[in-house]
Design a protein around this ligand. Structure first.
Ligand code: TXA
Ligand code: MG
Length: 352
């Protein structure tokens, strides 16, 4: 199959609509990451999404909606707290889990009685969903296990030849997938951290829990089954051996010298500008490849998945990554970064 890459305009949107209505898939930009869309009521389209991504079928999909769309076809009820969150943070990077109606196919929800709903704020996504009036299921448009795509080029890398159309809307603003909040219980629960942080949710609706499995991702507990099925899968991993650390630059420089003395291998760094500069200073004349994620936390979030892909392009075999503070946006960044590192981490506190 030939994969077309088109800018977002009336022509490409029309083409996307025709494809979606006929049970095909289309990749499109959202403010978080690129999605691989299918019409939520097309069994064929849904099957194609799983197939193109190589995704396990027990991993449910998020239904994307647009302003003004009738949600009563998708969810049986919208409790007060859900309504408040929708008003405050939609359109935006927040996914809400609610009980599903009978209309929503079980293929979408992986057999669950709940459904995940999100209203993206990216103009292209809003246009595509709004102008067609079609609710669209969309997982991140990467091959299962790879870093989520934050540019049309990333989608092309993973899905070229497997899907007919990619709408190119440039780079994604947020860069990490949406926050997922379960609103089927009295106290809302975060199932996946994202740019809408715990503090932002609490500010709107009071007490909010975090699925203990989210924190298990940093190795405090490990036998917990996450409530969002997708969170249990290995994710984002680069080809090189990535290990995160909050040790100081001199210690990291020592490790790198040892690595290089032992055998010939391509060692690299991934982290903030400042951290890279410090490690490079400690290394002195030794030159290694560095992938910079910028400086502010929102910039680091935006560049993380692209940075992980770059470590592959550079052919890095062993990569030291900066362990960020797990606070606010740092929670979401570290959730993804630690998965990419298969939880490998050397910490000043634990010396693990
Ligand atoms: O930002 C995003 O959310 C992106 C863009 C494209 O919108 N989409 C995305 O989809 O990240 P995906 O499929 O890569 O991740 C969806 C996550 C999975 O971990 C899945 O298990 C979880 O949402 N999920 C979906 N429906 C659920 C449900 N009913 N209950 C619990 N978790 C659910
Ligand atoms: Mg994904």
């Amino acid at each position: 199959m030939k994969t077309e890459l088109l800018p977002v305009d009336d022509f490409s949107l029309k083409k996307a609509e025709e494809l979606l209505r006929s049970g095909q898939v289309v990749a499109f930009p959202t403010e978080t990451v690129y999605g691989l869309g299918a019409w939520a009521f097309s069994a064929e389209g849904i099957d194609r999404v799983y197939e193109a991504k190589g995704r396990p079928s027990d991993n449910p999909l998020i239904v994307h909606v647009a302003p003004g769309m009738d949600l009563s076809k998708i969810v049986t009820e919208i409790p007060e707290k859900a309504r408040i969150l929708m008003e405050r943070y939609w359109p935006g990077p927040l996914t809400i889990i609610l009980p599903k109606t009978e209309d929503v196919p079980l293929r979408v929800t992986g057999g669950l009685s709940t459904v995940a709903v999100r209203m993206p704020s990216h103009p292209a996504a809003m246009k595509l969903i709004g102008s067609t009036g079609l609710p669209i299921v969309a997982p991140s448009a990467n091959t299962s296990g790879r870093p989520s795509p934050t540019s049309a080029q990333h989608v092309l890398e993973d899905l070229r030849g497997k899907i007919p159309l990619i709408l190119d809307g440039g780079k994604c603003q947020v860069g990490l997938e949406s926050t997922i909040v379960d609103l089927t219980e009295e106290v809302p629960m975060i199932l996946r951290p994202g740019a809408i942080t715990l503090a932002m949710l609490e500010e709107a609706v009071g007490e909010v829990d975090v699925d203990p499995a989210v924190r298990a991702a940093v190795g405090i507990q490990s036998d917990l089954v996450p409530k969002a099925p997708g969170m249990k899968y290995r994710h984002y991993a680069p080809k090189g051996y990535l290990i995160l650390t909050d040790e100081g630059p001199d210690q990291i420089a020592d490790w790198i010298r040892q690595d290089l003395a032992g055998k010939e291998q391509k060692i690299g760094l991934i982290g903030s500008d400042e951290w890279i500069r410090k490690v490079e200073n400690s290394l002195g004349p030794v030159r290694i490849t560095a992938v910079s994620l910028g400086s502010a936390m929102d910039e680091i979030a935006r560049k993380l998945f692209d940075g992980l892909r770059k470590t592959d392009e550079e052919g890095l075999e062993k990569i030291y990554g900066e362990a960020f503070q797990r606070k606010d946006l740092g929670e979401a960044i570290m959730n993804r970064f630690l998965k990419a590192a298969s939880e490998r981490r050397i910490s000043e506190q634990t010396k693990q």
